[in-house]
Design a protein around this ligand. Structure first.
Ligand code: SF4
Length: 261
């Protein structure tokens, strides 16, 4: 089968993004996730099934099946901008590695167009899947949310064993691996917790960078739209001072740390 005919399920395409990889990028959001993070700002990403959601009082269908060709037909005109800025294509979600053939076909096609590729992933799938797709990924942005397994289970629904185990293998073989940490009050926002993740990151071969991303409440209305409860209550996002403190804590163990990503 031609790579362009590979089919997958997405719920959004964001063009001209300056996040999730270098330069100007297209971000494709794939549907389906292994985890159920309590703070998830894309709750419509979690189920693989196509869903109905209410947004601003209007019904919306979340999720569509598309081919790689249809995606590139939609974004092909933007590609010169991405090239000029050193940007490219990023897959996010959800967890893109749950649709590995589709993800791989998207990356191969992006490289054919001459743009770089990035994935934002938890890496918590069978390593064989990652091994197969890794040569096609230029920037692996890997979420490591907590080193404590019990806390990981309590806030994310599953343990962190696979994440920590795969991080070593990915670090050994990826072109660029950056560890990313969403900073979530009551979950991982103490200096000690961020330092523990930073220490873990420094223990990985070839890893020199970590990003810390402040919790925000932008996804809150989507929970209502899906008929779900928002489980983060009135928790307040960390302010700039707090994020600067946590950046210093991470850097104290010898890793370059950036706020945002
Ligand atoms: S891993 Fe990401 S997409 Fe999946 S539930 Fe957690 S925050 Fe949401």
């Amino acid at each position: 089968m031609d790579y362009m005919d590979a089919k997958g399920r997405i719920f959004d395409i964001q063009r001209f993004s300056v996040h999730d990889g270098p330069g100007i990028r297209t971000i494709i959001f794939l549907k389906g996730c292994l985890f159920r993070c309590k703070w998830c700002c894309n709750p419509e990403s979690q189920e693989f099934e196509i869903q109905n959601m209410e947004m601003s009082g209007k019904p919306k269908i979340v999720g569509r099946d598309v081919t790689v060709r249809e995606i590139f037909d939609e974004v092909a005109n933007d590609i010169p901008y991405y090239k000029r800025s050193g940007g490219g294509l990023t897959l996010s979600g959800g967890e893109s590695l749950l649709q590995p053939e589709f993800a791989k076909a998207l990356f191969i096609t992006a490289h054919d167009y001459g743009i770089n590729t990035a994935i934002e992933s938890t890496g918590a799938v069978d390593y064989k899947i990652i091994e197969d797709i890794l040569p096609h990924i230029d920037y692996f942005l890997m979420d490591v949310k907590h080193t404590n397994n019990e806390k990981h289970k309590a806030f994310i629904s599953k343990g962190n064993e696979k994440v920590l185990e795969n991080a070593f293998k990915i670090a050994e073989n990826a072109k660029n691996l950056i560890i990313r940490v969403p900073v979530i009050p009551t979950f991982n926002d103490t200096e000690e917790e961020i330092k523990d993740i930073a220490k873990f990151a420094t223990s990985l071969p070839n890893v020199t960078k970590m990003h810390i991303l402040p919790y925000h409440r932008l996804g809150q209305d989507k929970y209502k739209g899906l008929g779900r409860e928002y489980l983060m209550g009135d928790i307040v996002p960390p302010d700039e001072g707090k994020m600067a403190e946590l950046k210093r804590a991470a850097e104290s163990v010898g890793i370059e740390c950036q706020i945002g990503g």
